[in-house]
Design a protein around this ligand. Sequence first.
Ligand SMILES: [Zn+2]
Ligand SMILES: [Zn+2]
Length: 827
Amino acid sequence: MKERYEFAGIEEKWQKKWAVEDIYRVPDSSSRPKYYCLEMFPYPSGKLHMGHVRNYSIGDVLARFLTMRGYSVLHPMGWDAFGLPAENAAIKHGNIHPAVWTYDNINAMRAQLKQLGISYDWNREIATCHPGYYRWTQWLFLQLYKHGLAYKKEAAVNWCPSCATVLANEQVKEGSCERCSSTVEKRELNQWFFRITKYADRLLDDLKLLEGWPEKVKIMQENWIGRSEGAEINFPVEGEDDVMTVFTTRPDTIFGVTYMILAPEHPLVEKLIQGRPEAAEIRDFVKKVRSLSELDRTSTETEKIGLFTGAYCVNPLNGERVPILVANYVLLEYGTGCVMGVPAHDQRDFEFARKYNLPIRIVIQPEGEALDPDTMKEAYSGEGLMVNSGKFNGLPKKEGIRSVIDYCEEKGIGKGVVNFRLRDWLISRQRYWGAPIPMIYCDKCGIVPVPESDLPVELPLDVEFKNTGRNPLADHPSFVKTACPQCGGPGHRETDTMDTFMCSSFYYYRYTSPRDGDHVWDDEKVRHWLPVDQYIGGVEHAILHLLYSRFFTKFLNDIGLVPNVEPFTRLLTQGMVLKDGSKMSKSKGNVVSPEDIVATYGADTARMFILFAAPPERDLEWSDQGVEGCYRFLNRVWRLVAPLAGKLEAGSPPDTGKLVGVDREMHRLTHGTIKKVTEDIGGRFNFNTAVSAIMEMVNGLYQYREVPETDRDPAVLNEAVETLLILLAPFAPHVTEELWQGIGRSGSVHQQPWPEYSREAVAEDEVTIVVQLNGKIKDRILVPADITPEGMKELVLSQPSVREMLEGKNVVKVIPVPGKLVNIVVK
Ligand SMILES: [Zn+2]
Ligand SMILES: [Zn+2]
């Protein structure tokens, strides 16, 4: 073997060989237990970044480890290939079609992934922009439609002026577009929605099935779904037939309502103010508020402004007149667009009431404390008994809530309801590069679904990209014009395409049957492989992708297409890759390119560094010295093993019981390392400490190699070297494969069984125990690991240091604690 570690030649050679021999192909049936290891598939932007390298290296170690542990591991890769950047590139450069741009990028990134030596079964590769894939995206849309879960409605929706499309609520972050950070506007548009709210309860309840998910992700989903229990209560408007319906989680405070607020855009506002002196001022106010973003309106920093409409409603429980106001912080989209003001028991209402001198009335009195509306400094929202509440006086908060709801239901003035923050998923996008929504509009028949046999509705490729903000599909007459499938008359196609989160909500099922042209997937294969055992990706998908995938899975389970109710049994959210303390980004100029690192040090070093530098969930700080260190380590492994080529006899492992001295030590180190690495990878994904253990083993092996050949057991050395290469293989697949072959072993190192450690080998010969005098530590001594308590006592008392210490003292008791200490009690 060569003296020097020449990574470039080695890596290229093995990548070719693995591809030719197709060693990562996984069969659909096997006597081995299955394991589905999945990393979130990337958007084909053109180049891998370090975050990708981290994501895929974590998955690859796991997939390789489990394969060696005897599992049949499904480890596929594909492309989340529809989306805006491709179209924006086409608009900007004019001459690149989004399809060409996308497939070029896919080719470039696939080559990069192969360069990293990731063990994907490339036979299963999918791209969501391929008609063979999006045909099934459309087919699933039709299934949702058939089951009443896809519907079209006019609604005020989030519009990003820069992306020229609508966005789902989940894609709006603090009032801004998640993609481009532009301020999101509201527009009234006729759009397609998925009825995800129908699954709100199950999406919430089933979070408790997800024991293998990080707590923080579950909490984020729980908050996003936002279940609250309460009541809807109707307040009749004085002098009108209308009622104002409010949702409240605190029906027990209903006697404390001193004002009512409508959202400025509430349809009732105009009716209430007509002909009143306040009308002009309120119309002005409404106009001003409507031009503000949702964020500006609801931010805690925004001053809360309200105006009295001049109208009153009636509290249905006590018959009191309640003034009706409009205020900037109440939104139409949430709840009923109408809130009751209970200033004594809600902090926001309290501040508002103080500002406008509205009355404050205590209706919950904490025990042993008297609240005074004139002097209280903040609202009281704790436990207490109902007061000033007629026949409900004296009821504690919880019972009060129940009793008021019962009363309202009995009198027909309200009802108990469960409210969710979750809204239906808006999936129409006014852009070209997406899966066309398979719907046809006919003047006679209305909305008609495209027959399943006509799928896919193919995206025409001959479109013009202009910077007009108009969807080019709408300007493509031969796409738009079609016959109505029902009556044969003239129809026109829907020109909106689907949110790309639709494409990624089911891709992990399609990997089981990537080329199936007759079915969305093969029933038997899905039953074999699903659910995904381990999913790995960034925490930024905690709500969007993960919530949508869970919704899809529940729907697919309901219609019998998948056996599982949750898609991902375990989830690992890896931390970010930082440099100089912040996330790598072009704008900060702190990007380290994976290509450069691979060219300078090789893929094995890149992978080692990224796995060694931090535990997977934590952020990882890039360190050039750290990369150098991993490179030096692989060189050290090379210089250790390469000279042994031709000198290591393959054979049976050494007999643990017969080993002594340095052989016993080396053997123990080998098995101790197997134990540590196995537990670190398999149990807790502590790849960094696993690598540390392998590094320690290499140090030990260097020392052992220096022992004259006549004084060491060749079987021990052989076992140690083979074990080292196998344990290191998931981290550094190329160099280990080269050395494995170099020392004359047959087959791929990646297809070797993972070694089991021997308990006997790792058993310690001696342990250190503490000697105490009256409970104070005085000394530490080595004792045989299997010593009896009686033997411990004797051994300790015979130590010269102990005898000296006890001179002239009266020993009352000697207490041995096996494996730990001996305490000598003296007077
Ligand atoms: Zn945008
Ligand atoms: Zn028709």
